[in-house]
Design a protein around this ligand. Structure first.
Ligand code: 3PY
Ligand code: MG
Length: 265
C-alpha cells in the first residue's frame, strides 16, 4: 500500500467510500478492508476500541491494502497525534463547533508551521516507508488528513470559518447528532428538511474553502445519493449494522422457508 494514498486520491478530486468499525476488533476491520474499501474508520468515540486494539487494527487495515482512519473521542486531542503515530492516515474529530476547536484539532495533527504535532512516529514511518525526518514532516502534513465533524447548530453557523482554518482538510457531517441538536433533542430524523438543508450548506462551505466534503451514511443507497449532492468522502454503514442486518436477513430467509416466524427454529 503506497503511503498517504487516501490523501492523494482525495486531494486529486476523487470520491472515496470507507468502511466504519465500532466493534473494536482488528480482525473485523481487516475483513472489511479486504473486501475492497479504500479506507476504514476505527471509531474510538462511540466504538469499543482500546489503545492496543487501535495499534493492531491500524496495522491490519494497512496490511490489507486499505487506509486506516481513527475517529477520536470528544476533545481528545492527545489521541489525535497518538493515532497518527500509530500509522492512521486520517483523523476524524467530533463536535468541532468553532474556529478555536478547529485550531486545536489542526495543531495536534499537523507539524510546524501548520501546527504543533510532537515528533515521534516510529510505527507510522514503518508502515508508510522509512524516510528522514526532514522528508517525513512535510509529507505527513499533506499526506494525513484532518476531518472536522459538523454536527451542531453552532458548527453549522461556523462551517465556512471551520473549513477555512489552516490545517483542516475536510468537513465531515454527523447527520444523527446534527438531527438531534437541530431538533433540540426531539427527533433523530436524518431526512428532516432542516437536516437536509444543513447537509447542502455544509457541503458548500467545504467546497468554498477548497476542502473535502464528507458525510457518514448508514447504507450504500444513501452514500450514492450523497455523492450526487457533491460529497467526496463517504462512509457506508458500520460493522455492527452490517453484522446485524446480515444475520437478520438469514433468519428471515430461514423463517420464511419454515413457514413461520423466528420462533420456528
Ligand atoms: C453522527 O451522525 O452524529 C455521527 O457521529 C456518525 O457517526
Ligand atoms: Mg456524532
Amino acid at each position: 500500500m503506497a503511503a498517504f494514498a487516501l490523501a492523494g486520491r482525495l486531494r486529486a478530486g476523487e470520491t472515496v467510500f470507507s468502511g466504519w468499525c465500532m466493534m473494536g476488533s482488528p480482525i473485523v476491520a481487516e475483513t472489511i478492508a479486504r473486501e475492497g474499501f479504500a479506507a476504514v474508520v476505527l471509531d474510538a468515540q462511540h466504538g469499543l476500541w482500546d489503545t492496543a486494539g487501535l495499534v493492531a487494527g491500524i496495522g491490519a487495515v494497512h496490511h490489507a491494502g486499505s487506509t486506516a482512519m481513527v475517529r477520536v473521542p470528544l476533545n481528545d486531542f492527545a489521541l489525535v497525534s497518538r493515532a497518527l503515530d500509530f500509522g492512521a492516515e486520517a483523523i476524524i474529530a467530533p463536535m468541532i463547533n468553532n474556529t478555536n476547536d478547529a485550531r486545536q484539532f489542526a495543531s495536534a495533527a499537523k507539524y510546524p508551521p501548520l501546527g504543533e504535532r510532537s515528533f515521534g512516529p516510529p510505527r507510522a514511518t514503518m508502515l508508510q516507508g522509512q524516510m528522514p525526518a526532514t522528508d517525513y514532516l512535510p509529507a505527513a502534513n499533506t499526506g494525513t488528513l484532518t476531518l472536522a465533524m459538523i454536527e451542531t447548530p453552532e458548527a453549522l453557523a461556523n462551517a465556512e470559518a471551520i473549513a477555512a482554518t489552516p490545517g483542516i482538510d475536510a468537513l465531515f457531517i454527523g447527520p444523527y447528532d446534527l438531527s438531534t441538536s437541530l431538533s433540540a433533542g426531539k427527533a433523530q430524523d436524518i431526512n428532516a428538511p432542516e437536516v437536509d438543508r444543513a447537509i447542502d450548506t455544509i457541503c458548500a462551505a467545504a467546497l468554498k474553502a477548497s476542502k473535502i466534503p464528507g458525510i457518514y451514511c448508514r447504507d450504500a443507497g444513501r452514500a450514492l445519493d450523497m455523492v450526487k449532492r457533491g460529497f467526496r468522502f463517504v462512509t457506508v454503514g458500520s460493522d455492527f449494522s452490517l453484522v446485524r442486518e446480515s444475520v437478520a436477513a438469514s433468519l428471515k430467509t430461514l423463517a420464511v422457508a419454515r413457514g413461520g416466524t423466528k420462533d420456528a427454529f
